[in-house]
Design a protein around this ligand. Structure first.
Ligand SMILES: [Fe+2]
Length: 225
């Protein structure tokens, strides 16, 4: 039988990583928040009270959803600016595609709220405001039409993605712990999309942009010699 290693050979680094992500993020009983909490004998406490709607864990989960509802809407506002600032068509297309995906993620979060009997509500998230602001500064600090700008935009966008990945991973585990299966499924779909976006951005960077950005640097060095 063909091994996974053989299958990955010949594909790009990002493609191989995508396969690995799919495997690592598949929802298995071992990785669910519920098992993390109940299988660990050193953390032997009763979560039944916290799992109720009055419980601290539920409130923390709900707060996390509000946080991400704010974050996704904030990201929707900035993606068109990032697309306009990008130099290459590949990166412009990636930002445009992610805008569409983000719109769906906002609707999906509304379904998550509904699935737990809550109304969608956004709560100001200082973390995403800061990360997005850093991305906007990159546009001011880099020259229009350069590959250096694209490299910097990709890194900025990946910082956003990594914040989202960490947040959604936590929310999936919390939803499972709280036995909110529908919410867990929906949140897991979004988690997979964020991970794929992160890998797509790596793919774009590795395929040519980083190389051309380094060439630009060399040209600039030669000009100043
Ligand atoms: Fe998102």
């Amino acid at each position: 039988m063909e091994s996974d290693k053989t299958k990955a050979a010949g594909t790009s680094t990002a493609e191989a990583a995508k396969t690995a992500v799919k495997k690592s993020t598949a929802r298995s009983p071992i990785t669910t928040g519920q098992n993390v909490m109940t299988d660990n004998s050193s953390v032997n406490r009763d979560y039944s009270q916290e799992a109720t709607k009055e419980g601290a864990l539920y409130k923390f989960f709900l707060d996390g959803l509000k946080d991400m509802y704010f974050a996704e809407k904030h990201i929707l506002e900035v993606l068109p600016k990032m697309k306009e600032a990008a130099t290459t068509g590949d990166l412009q297309d990636a930002f445009e595609d992610h805008h569409l995906v983000t719109q769906k993620q906002v609707s999906r979060l509304e379904k998550v709220f509904k699935s737990i009997g809550e109304s969608p509500e956004a709560k100001k998230c200082d973390a995403i405001i800061g990360i997005v602001k850093a991305g906007e500064n990159i546009i001011k600090e880099t020259e229009e039409g350069t590959m250096t700008r694209d490299t910097a935009l990709i890194i900025a966008a990946q910082k956003v993605e990594h914040y989202e990945i960490a947040s959604y991973r936590g929310l999936v585990a919390l939803a499972e712990t709280l036995q909110q299966d529908r919410a867990a499924d929906l949140l897991h779909q979004t988690l997979e999309e964020e991970e794929e976006t992160d890998l797509d951005l790596t793919d774009i960077a590795e395929s040519s942009i980083n190389f051309h950005a380094a060439e630009e640097d060399d040209e600039n060095d030669n000009d100043t010699d």
